[in-house]
Structure formats: C-alpha cells, structure tokens
Design a protein around this ligand. Structure first.
Ligand code: AP5
Ligand code: MG
Length: 215
C-alpha cells in the first residue's frame, strides 16, 4: 500500500507516519527528514536547501523528486510507502505519478489532516525530538514518561528544529496554503482523498487513519 499524508506544518504527518511504520511495517518517506539529513551532512543538496528551509520556503521540485526517486529505487517492492511532506506542489504531484509508475507502485490513499492553523503554532514551537533515535515529543502534548529520558532509546539528548520558530512557521503555512493545498483537487478527481480531523487526540487520529486503510 502507498499513501500520502497531506497537511500543513504541525498537522501530525510525522507523528502518524511513525505510528504506521510501527504498526504496519511501512516505510516513511519524509522529504523534510531527508533534507535535514542532507543539511547536516553538508552534501550538495544540503548546501542548496539550508537557507531556503530556514526561511520556511520550498526547496526546488527537482531536488525533492530526485530524493524520492532514490528512496523508491532502494525500497523492497513488498514494503508500502508513506509519503510525508511530499508532494507539496502540483509539479511534484505530477512527478510522483511518474515515479510510482517507474517503480511499479500504485497510490491507494491521500489522507488530508484537517487542522486549525493557530493551534499548530503551539504544536510546532513546543516540539522536540530525541537526538539519538528521532522519537518525537512535545512540551505539553507528549512528554517522555520520565522527564529528560527518551522513552524509546533511553537517550538524554534532545533537539529542536531550527525552522520551528513562530515567524518561520507562518511562512511555512503560507507556502502550504499557496502551493500545497491547491494539489488536493488533483487527487480528488481520482477519488483518493479522505479528510481526517487532525485536531483530535493522537491515538484517535491514528484510529481514523487505520479505518481508512482497512477500507
Ligand atoms: P517538513 O519537515 O515536511 O515540515 P512541515 O511540513 O512543515 O511539517 P512538520 O514536520 O513541521 O509537521 P508534521 O505534520 O510532521 O507534524 P508532527 O507530527 O511533527 O519540511 C520542512 C522544510 O523542508 C519545508 O519548510 C521545506 O523548506 C522543505 N521541504 C520538505 N519537503 C519538501 C518538498 N516536498 N518540497 C519542497 N520543500 C520541501 O507534529 C508536530 C507536533 O505536534 C509534535 O510535537 C507532535 O508531538 C504534536 N502532535 C502531533 N499530532 C498531535 C495531535 N493530534 N494532538 C496534539 N499534538 C500533536
Ligand atoms: Mg514532519
């Protein structure tokens, strides 16, 4: 099964992808995570993307589609893909169709996480992750069971994203409204879109997604 999780910054795409990986053994393909890894490793792509990401703008379509192409080429054909944060423009949606065909895959669902933008600023500015295993947390909504210790791997080292400040978040949301939300009709035409209440509790969102995937 191949699915897209669509929604503005902080909608819960990464959180829900992580849960699907755990429950269903699918593979999360997050272009944001790939780009952050490239920035950290100071690759050619990373050097191009760094300032753009810090401003909250979109990296070029060609760069992100090439990243997805590489990941799909390396992915076992029996493992389902979760596209997290890709596609984000109409050009990327068209590119994804070609990539799916190239790698012999078919898209089953586009899940739109419907959220209230003002609440998202609080979600994003409170977010942090384990620096060792990447498990996601939140100052208010999802703290580690033992303060300062990762539930998953026991690390005491946490980090916050550079673009998780209010000003950049506003730019990221404006980019979503201007360039990403307009791709929904592209998928609505093929009847693939289900809208889910992304403001519900994390577990309830997961349950709603599972319902869609189980048909
Ligand atoms: P990317 O990394 O994709 O960031 P984003 O889309 O802005 O989304 P986020 O990762 O911020 O949010 P999320 O929906 O994953 O939320 P999360 O689950 O973490 O992209 C970053 C940048 O890379 C872009 O700005 C762009 O520059 C570039 N880029 C990436 N892909 C690109 C592409 N395809 N084309 C061009 N450029 C690209 O949740 C947020 C917080 O809320 C967490 O703390 C979580 O614990 C909490 N939370 C989650 N769900 C709930 C809930 N139901 N209730 C309460 N709290 C919740
Ligand atoms: Mg994310």
């Amino acid at each position: 099964m191949n699915i897209i999780l669509l929604g503005p910054p902080g909608a819960g795409k990464g959180t829900q992808s992580g849960l699907l990986v755990e429950h269903r053994g699918m593979k999360q393909l997050s272009t944001g995570d790939m780009l952050r890894a490239a920035v950290k490793a100071e690759t050619e792509v990373g050097l191009k993307a760094k300032a753009i990401m810090e401003r909250g703008e979109l990296v070029s379509d060609a760069i992100v589609s090439a990243l997805i192409d590489d990941e799909l080429a390396a992915l076992d054909e029996s493992t389902g893909a979760i596209f997290d944060g890709y596609p984000r423009t109409e050009a990327q949606a068209v590119a994804l169709d070609a990539l799916l065909a190239k790698h012999g895959r078919k898209l089953q669902h586009v899940i739109e996480l419907d959220v209230d933008e003002d609440a998202l600023v609080e979600r994003i500015t409170g977010r942090f992750t384990c620096a060792n295993c990447g498990e996601g947390y939140h100052d208010t909504f999802k703290q580690p069971a033992k303060e300062g210790v990762c539930d998953k791997c026991g690390s005491t080292d946490f980090k916050r994203r550079k673009d998780d400040n209010e000003e950049t978040v506003r730019t990221r949301m404006a980019e979503y409204r201007a360039k990403t939300a307009p791709i929904l009709p592209y998928y609505e035409k093929s009847g693939l879109v289900t809208r889910i209440d992304g403001m519900a509790e994390i577990d309830d969102v997961t349950e709603a997604i599972e319902k869609v995937l189980n048909g």
